[in-house]
Design a protein around this ligand. Sequence first.
Ligand code: NAD
Length: 477
Amino acid sequence: MQYNFIDNASVPSLSGHTLPVLDPSDGQPFDELQRSDARDIDRAVRSARACYDERWSRLSAAERGRLLMALSRKVADHADELALLEQRDCGKPTRQARADAAALARYFEFYAGACDKLHGETLPYQNGYSVFTWREPHGVTGHVIPWNYPMQIFGRSVGGALAAGNCCVVKPAEDACLSLLRVAQLAAEVGFPPGTINLVTGYGHEVGDALARHPGIDHISFTGSPRVGTLIQQVAAERHCPVTLELGGKSPQIIFADADLDAALPVVINAIVQNAGQTCSAGSRVLIQQSIYDQMLDRLGAAFEALRVGPASMDLDVGPLIRQSQQQRVWDFLSDAQNDGIATVAQGQIVDEAPEAGFYQAPVLLADVPVAHRVAQEEVFGPVLSAMPFRDEDHAVELANATRFGLVAGVWTRDGARQFRMARRVRSGQVFVNNYGAGGGVELPFGGYKSSGYGREKGFEALYGFTVLKTVAVQHG
Ligand code: NAD
């Protein structure tokens, strides 16, 4: 049985209700979570507020940094345990689960070092004045975490908020709580005061909504679907609570005829099959210059046919999707594509060892996808890659920018001037030239244009979102 983590203690929900935890590799329940409600959120917010007022805000920035560094080391020491929890809970192949645990340790390490480097400025003003700014924490921050990368998103969101001096109330996704509950325990073990990090589990429409509405929450950080992002924004607007939103993307990989195709190919494939395509920055559209289109489709197709899908513990190319409704969502996209005459070029194989009741989906490569089709416009959040040809640079830019999203883009070309032109013209929060994702890039600000959201997470930039700027003007003659 898993419990909420409030005030450095594992506690049951006040209602006593629970939820089953399913293993996506076999579809079977193996544990239970608390199904919390607004009363549990209230309890967590009170704990966070008391901690902020009495303990956390009295620590120096350097002391906060030492605690975050200790947590980073503790997570690294427990990386295998955390990876195994994540593997069972979320269906992540072993290498991915381990990479996520390593990234979590790295986030805490980065933000540990950032704590005592976050400062304001002095400003020139009239004679007889000294004017300066302070960056103050919001106080108690709320974090609604999705199920696709729980450890990484917890690391970037909670790590940044703590470094900036806030105390946190976290609502993990109902499908992905186990690793985070353990991390909160590890934080208590290394000496985080009771109330610094609180986790309350349950359904989004119950406990997530209660978190967004709670008047004691001073800032909300949300990663997830555009639909829920809108709801959170609306609820937060009622009390003018600032929000950071990361709502996913429909990110293009743009391959010009002069690109190093051997280098591009494995990166383009990884960008859509990593985590079974359940990645906000998945490279889910591949735009290929006309003159190399057929050749690249052949090469991509051969690589897709070789991909193997199976139980997370087998550590194949692709694991299961998170849950049955996600599998159904992917099937719906694929049946729409089929009904509209979109050709499937290739697909991977689900291995015989995969249990019938697991949530598996073979990677699929679709060709000549019309730009307006929903499979080219909306997040599938599964291993489905839509290919389309482009004529020239202008056409590539037009297609790249032709969705409501703008999170990440990849540009593949050897032409130096074109690299810069494309980086300027593509409307997305990150542009990678001759690479994609830069291996996670904890240091690199991340966030969207358009419906991909606003505000930035990761890197030093995130700390500005987790603080309020105060201007102090002293008249001294
Ligand atoms: P979701 O947006 O419903 O869930 C994300 C988080 O929000 C979860 O913790 C959930 O419990 C919570 N939540 C749900 N309803 C809420 C509410 N009314 N108020 C407050 N919190 C609430 O995402 P999902 O249903 O798990 O997935 C659906 C689709 O969302 C996916 O297919 C994918 O396209 C997208 N998604 C994107 C990301 C991303 O990283 N951008 C992550 C997860 C899901």
